[in-house]
Design a protein. Structure first.
Length: 289
């Protein structure tokens, strides 16, 4: 076997409530399903209402889950608050700091691969949640952003779920502005998700190009798989951020032909609000199935 089935969890009270409808957050630790059985850090949030509840596993992008001061980043915190207010338990997975780094957007040689490494962390979080009495075991979805969305889609492949998840399955998977060039190539343009998949892209995104994802999801739907995408005109990378001014930044990746390039990021209020409403309704329908 690649790793032990044993899932170890230790919970510590550490964060103040995000809203009046949320219990205090907890720092939790669980084992990734990777070969090293890496102990992963997560932040757990629960609604105040009695459970059990459906749950969301969150996978952050290449910038990480935390700021330099250790505070959860604005967009992740905003989504945690929404999910909890919608009545879901939330596990925000931090796969970076346990491995000795906070962010990797500007690293030429990234220490973790979105498609090959990070899905193990998502399934480790799923396995941990399924052991909790306050969670509905078969009502757990995965939502990722950028690099985390790539991990989510990689883990959604029907021929890879056993490899990454060892018998565990998500109810649904959603992703915001993933990069799909490599994944689409790997699946020979035939993406086959084992669960319903929803992808959000910005048509002005020049960091993770939207067209490869749109083409991949469109083909999956044509092939009869429960996959769909929503595209927003004029929206850049991180369009769902509450208050990120539109600006350019440098991103690096040794796997790119040009290793380094300037990309545009920034909020788009119309796209943000539309995506929030769409995801809320989509999750509600998936959990009702």
């Amino acid at each position: 076997m690649r790793l032990s089935k044993k899932i170890i969890a230790i919970a510590f009270l550490c964060l103040a409530p995000l809203s009046g409808q949320a219990n205090e957050g907890q720092e939790v630790h669980f084992k990734s399903f990777d070969a090293a059985e890496t102990e992963i850090r997560g932040e757990l949030f629960r609604p105040k209402l009695d459970g059990p509840h459906a749950a969301i596993v969150m996978m952050h992008g290449c910038s990480g889950l935390y700021t330099k001061s250790g505070k959860m980043k604005t967009n992740s915190a905003a989504w945690v608050k929404r999910f909890v207010n919608w009545g879901y338990v939330v596990l925000a997975v931090d796969g970076f700091t346990p491995r000795g780094f906070r962010t990797m957007c500007s690293k030429r040689k990234r220490p973790l691969h979105s498609l090959d490494d990070r899905p193990f962390d998502a399934y480790g979080g799923l396995a941990w949640l399924k052991k909790q009495s306050f969670v509905e075991k078969d009502q757990i979805a995965l939502v990722g952003w950028s690099n985390g969305a790539m991990a989510a889609l990689s883990g959604a492949r029907e021929n890879k779920v056993e490899y990454f998840g060892e018998g565990h399955r998500f109810k649904a998977i959603a992703g915001f502005y993933p990069g799909c060039i490599t994944l689409r190539r790997r699946v020979n343009k035939r993406f086959k998700p084992y669960v319903p998949v929803l992808v959000f892209v910005g048509l002005a995104d020049n960091w993770t190009w939207p067209k490869p994802c749109m083409q991949m999801i469109r083909q999956a739907a044509k092939d009869g798989f429960p996959a769909q995408y929503v595209a927003y005109k004029g929206a850049y990378h991180a369009f769902d951020h509450p208050k990120l001014r539109v600006r350019t930044r440098i991103s690096r990746n040794a796997k790119w032909k040009k290793k380094e390039r300037r990309v545009t990021i920034g909020s788009n209020p119309a796209a943000r609000e539309a995506s929030i409403e769409t995801l809320r309704d989509w999750l509600k329908k998936r959990f009702a199935e």
